[in-house]
Design a protein around this ligand. Structure first.
Ligand code: HEM
Length: 200
């Protein structure tokens, strides 16, 4: 029997382990949404990608709303991880890295990605209360959160192990980010001038 087939044969069913299935499905959904949000964020900095039919604020709104949706799925991913009794992960491990005995390093990368994502999203909600330059510096940490979540997905989850479908989801998401960054590089730095001087 192949490794993937033996994992499937040994896996509990949905009715035996509903939280575990929720952890997996919401983790994958949150990561895909995080990827889509990143891609919209990268596209939103480009006037060249906007048109009268698709103005830049439409991309910005999608960027904001998709990131909030991803946070909602992340919350379910984390809560179901903790309440599922299969592995013991404490509430501390949600925000403090390296507190999980289960796959310590790979869960820690998820924890750091979560902390950074939370900081980026909360600071965006408080954007009007801080300077543009501070907000933008904080926002750029999203570029660190995504690769950490990518590695967490690749090494923690059941569905990316042993060549299962998750690995293709993870690699597909990396392709989306690479394509968005390539478009950005080809189109050049199109950050509005006032913002550019503020972040230097
Ligand atoms: C930005 C933050 C995070 C993202 C995007 C994320 C995403 C994911 C994804 C995509 C998987 C793979 C699911 C599968 O293979 O079916 C996963 C697995 C997992 N995550 Fe997260 N995660 C994050 C944060 C966390 C945190 C903070 C914890 C716990 C403290 C955590 C605990 C786990 C565990 C235990 C698994 C393994 C589930 C299994 O047995 O398959 N994750 N995560």
């Amino acid at each position: 029997m192949s490794p993937a087939a033996s994992i499937l044969a040994a896996s509990p069913t949905l009715s035996q382990a509903p939280y575990w299935y929720l952890t997996r499905s919401t983790g994958i959904t949150a990561f895909v949404l995080l990827t889509v949000s990143m891609a919209f964020g990268i596209a939103a900095t480009h006037r060249a990608l906007a048109s009268p039919a698709w103005p830049r604020f439409a991309t910005q709104n999608l960027h904001r709303n998709v990131s909030l949706l991803s946070l909602a799925f992340l919350a379910v991913h984390i809560v179901t991880t903790i309440v599922d009794g299969f592995v013991t992960i404490s509430w501390w491990a949600v925000v403090v890295p390296f507190m999980s005995d289960y796959r310590t390093l790979w869960v820690a990368l998820g924890t750091i990605a979560f902390d950074l994502t939370l900081i980026v999203i909360v600071s965006s909600q408080l954007r009007r209360r801080m300077s543009v330059s501070l907000w933008r510096r904080i926002h750029l940490t999203a570029y660190a959160a995504w690769p950490l979540a990518f590695l967490h997905f690749l090494n923690t989850g059941t569905d990316a192990a042993h060549g299962r479908f998750g690995i293709w989801v993870d690699i597909g998401c990396a392709g989306v980010i690479a394509a968005a960054l390539a478009v950005r590089v080809v189109a050049g730095d199109n950050t509005p001038r006032p913002l550019r001087s503020l972040v230097r």
